[in-house]
Design a protein. Structure first.
Length: 177
């Protein structure tokens, strides 16, 4: 019995060391994440997303409202000018969303990836969705919308994840700039 006890003790310590290493790495990653995304002298995740968005979207983010909503059959993206008289922003919104809708139909989600990162939730499934999601562009007063509809549960889930990530990165369901 005494011969088994040291062996059991070594096994316990041997298993404890990898656990401590994992814990140390998790703590280091948490601290690194804070420094990269929220340290006092670093831009926030939302500020970084806004900067990237300004490079991808041709309209003025401070003069428009971008809204993302999940629906029972997919999702809706709505962009409107903050002023119904701002024909420049309305034209830019409509041109951009018309182009994006055509890309999304083909499974091209490159612009959202450029803004939010290639590991954005739902993005991997959406890039394989060509022909499996009905993507419809529509003009609305002061802007445009893109409606995503699918009967595929996996793609509805991916759209819900994608919309949730959009809202988290922009801070709310709606953002002004």
């Amino acid at each position: 019995m005494s011969a088994e006890t040291p062996s059991a003790g070594r096994t316990g310590r041997g298993m404890m060391i990898p656990g401590l290493i994992v814990l140390a790495l998790a703590c280091a990653l948490a601290v690194a994440g804070f420094v990269v995304w929220g340290g006092e002298d670093q831009p926030s995740r939302q500020e970084i997303v806004a900067q990237r968005g300004a490079k991808v979207m041709p309209f003025d983010l401070t003069a428009t409202t971008h809204q993302f909503d999940s629906t029972p059959t997919g999702a809706v993206e709505l962009v409107t000018a903050n002023s119904a008289d701002d024909t420049t922003q309305i034209d830019l919104i409509r041109k951009h969303l018309l182009t994006e809708a055509a890309r999304f139909k083909q499974g091209d989600f490159g612009d959202p990836a450029a803004i939010h990162g290639s590991n954005m939730p739902g993005l991997r499934a959406l890039t394989r969705s060509a022909g499996r999601i009905d993507v419809r562009y529509a003009e609305v007063p002061a802007g445009a919308s893109i409606t995503f509809t699918t009967s595929d549960p996996e793609l509805r889930s991916a759209l819900a994840d994608w919309i949730m990530a959009q809202n988290m990165d922009h801070g709310t369901g709606m953002h002004h700039g």
